[in-house]
Design a protein. Sequence first.
Length: 396
Amino acid sequence: MNIDTAVVLAAGEGTRLRPLTRNRPKPMLPAGNRPILEHVFDALVDAGIDELVVVVGYKRDRVQNHFGPTYRDVPITYVTQEKQLGSGHALLQAKDAVDGPVLVLNGDRLIDVGTVEAVATRHEETADPALAVVERQDTSRYGAVEVRDGIISDLVEKPREGEYRLINGGVYAFPESIFDAIEETPRQAGELALTDTLADLVERNHVRGVEVDGMWVDATYPWDLLTVAREVLARGRVVEARRDTDVWIDDSARVHNEAVLQGPVVVGADCEVGPDAVVGPDTALGRNVTVGANSVVQYSVVDADTRVDPGSTLLETVTGQDVHLGANTVVPAGPADVQVGTEIFEDQRLGAVIADRARTRGGVTFTPGSLVGPNAHLDTGVTVDGNVAEGAEVTR
């Protein structure tokens, strides 16, 4: 692969993933037991990229402090998008850090090395811009594309369901002239979208569509993190750890000999799983998670520094970091109607989302589909039904 530089767009918040993105950007949310962005970097490094340029913005310290100046011995250059003025504007911030053709990726979607290599190869063969094209039954959440003889003939933002089968996969290979093309693109409502530049290129030049069928997973809403975890576990893309079939346990973790781990499951560094606890299947425990005796945690993502006290049951649950769930907490499985902002999403598979530093005392029960904001405190015996605001104190 001749392209040696990749620009990763990681400046956005991910407002539809609130309350989990209240304290960190979407690319730093967990895909299994490590950040989404780590998986993106892995695909690029495995493809032979020699330099990573990362566009940061919202909560950029969370990205920079986690990764530092290198990733797997590949240098990282950080550039900042001070205001969120669109994906084209974000890419433009990297202009001075790029010399020659470049790969461009969204930092909040899981892709595999084969996709990266296929897009880069098509650009190298043709010298035309190239983008990954992914087949999806429901294209309404994404930008749809039409491809004729390997060339993009149309881009459609937010299509009606059922009209298209292919979407823009958010993995691009561009000549260096892409920066001039972005600067020539008119702004819409003050924003500069990369898709507007692409639309101009589709009209004026050949933009190659590269249909790929490797891993492509996007987390748009909080419950999507459960799907992301399933994909990661199914493919074994977890932090290096001892493996017994589809059970991964970090060497520093302590799992009681009377606990049960049902694969696929990953137990991260410094975790502790107590006696008679059942963890898994389709469950990821981040660093320094404690699961108390006689607890059940299944189909869930439990992020770093979270404590689940004895006798609790978590099904289809996503926690943020440093959450403390008191004894006998109960989160039953969905389906449920979930309110995100002012919009209601019906029949989603979600027990609950419990954001960073939330606390519950003993005997708290969650109705499926509940969202609890950061720093919320729920008193003994509370039943949560719906959304709890950040910092709220809830008593019986």
